[in-house]
Design a binder for this molecule. Sequence first.
Ligand SMILES: NC(=O)c1ccc[n+]([C@@H]2O[C@H](COP(=O)([O-])OP(=O)(O)OC[C@H]3O[C@@H](n4cnc5c(N)ncnc54)[C@H](OP(=O)(O)O)[C@@H]3O)[C@@H](O)[C@H]2O)c1
Length: 255
Amino acid sequence: MQKRTVIVTGASSGIGKELAIGLAKKIKPEEIWAVARDLGRLEALKEFLSVPVRPISADLTTPEGLSALRALLEQERPVVEVLVNASGFGIFERVDKIPEEDNLGMVDLNCRALTAMTQMVFPYLHAKSCVVNLASMAAFEPIPYGSVYAATKAYVLSFSRALAREWKQLDIKVLAVCPYWTKTAFIDRSNKHGVIGNFEVMYEPAFIAKKTLSAMDKRRDYVVPGAYAKLTHALTKILPHSLVMRVFMRRQKLK
Ligand SMILES: NC(=O)c1ccc[n+]([C@@H]2O[C@H](COP(=O)([O-])OP(=O)(O)OC[C@H]3O[C@@H](n4cnc5c(N)ncnc54)[C@H](OP(=O)(O)O)[C@@H]3O)[C@@H](O)[C@H]2O)c1
């Protein structure tokens, strides 16, 4: 029997995990597919959710990981109410000092896997379904020492907004989420070189999830959760990017 399903990539921690918890309550699906690499942490998610969880361990940067998801979709033919693409990572450092594998890994996970997931889930979406893509505040401006990461998130924002327009005629909602710094494992991984010295404001992943869930019911195609983030976003819209980059570099004491 086809089940009403929510699919969340990056469900093993941070914003993806909080969205899985929130969507279980909001949508009450018959099943949540929780996707990430760490099977133990996906299994542990069952404790927090009021609906059945199907943990799916897959490295979405590999053809095998994507094929496993495709095969499962073809086998189960779920009725997908919501797809959340939250798997992602960033590394902050001068681009030539980041291993090529990591630079390409950001492109593979943040852009390629997100695009593949969106397209492969499409046949299982229906009118009123929703696709939630995790972009970032970094999507709005070039970020020196975060150049590849920011570029991947600009891709996510641009792709999602254009797709929202394309799928409007199908009544499928597409929402890009643009969080500011958020207290998750992302921070330690992205700042392992200590490039970011000033985080100014740090949001809780549960707050980002709450604002995302309410934005799903509104007409907008992207959301910037939090007042400080909204102010920063407004400034990046009106100021020249050369100035915004200079201010960022000065705040982070970068040359
Ligand atoms: N935290 C922030 O400050 C911030 C700000 C703006 C945007 N974002 C974006 O928000 C999204 C969620 O990040 P987060 O802050 O919640 O960080 P997080 O706690 O590190 O979560 C990242 C998730 O991605 C999964 N993942 C990593 N590599 C993967 C791979 N190769 N294949 C499949 N899944 C993989 C991780 O699980 P496994 O390790 O188990 O695979 C984890 O569940 C990301 O797209 C991030 O870029 C974060």
